[in-house]
Design a protein around this ligand. Structure first.
Ligand code: HEM
Length: 149
């Protein structure tokens, strides 16, 4: 994890900054190292509900909306959730167009560009989950299907 406050000693930071830093450290520990805070009832990757059909972790629209920064950017495409943080600077169309949809559904814009088949194939690399059934609008029995893109 990149230290967000450089070499500034901890005692010189504002209390709110310290709390933020502690939260970031905990998040890093739980996501990367699988550590579970015994005092917290919050979900971690381990006990998150999985979609029965795809086996993907289920993330709600509200949860995806929390990942809307350059350092932590998720988007939704066809009801699936993608963590595109490490892809932002590699995106041939530039990072700005993706950031416009950070934390939100980007399906219409993504489709509007007419991405190539190799672009569609790249998606798997960034797939982290799927919306709950109640929030899906593309998958199901309707005419717009993920596999007919
Ligand atoms: C994980 C998601 C995405 C992937 C893997 C991806 C991949 C790519 C790739 C490989 C290209 C090169 C052209 C091609 O092969 O089609 C491209 C171009 C582009 N992408 Fe994306 N893209 C993603 C998301 C988005 C989103 C959300 C937008 C929003 C508008 C977007 C807009 C563009 C634009 C404007 C170009 C340039 C097209 C051109 O210059 O002709 N992309 N993208």
């Amino acid at each position: 994890m990149k230290h967000p406050y450089g070499r500034v000693p901890l005692y010189m930071l504002q209390p709110k900054t310290l709390v933020n830093f502690a939260a970031q450290t905990l998040e890093f520990a739980s996501h990367t190292l699988g550590y579970r805070d015994p005092c917290s009832g919050a979900d971690t990757h381990g006990d998150r509900a999985k979609d029965a059909q795809t086996g993907l972790a289920i993330y709600s629209l509200n949860e995806v909306a929390e990942h809307e920064t350059f350092d932590d950017c998720w988007i939704i495409l066809y009801d699936k959730v993608f963590d595109v943080t490490r892809f932002l600077l590699e995106h041939p169309g530039g990072e700005d167009v993706v950031m416009e949809h950070a934390g939100r559904d980007a399906t219409i814009a993504f489709r509007g560009v007419g991405h190539s088949v190799p672009a569609l194939q790249m998606l798997d690399e960034y797939l982290v989950g799927i919306l709950p059934l109640s929030e899906r609008i593309y998958t199901g029995d309707g005419p717009c299907q993920w596999n007919t893109l």
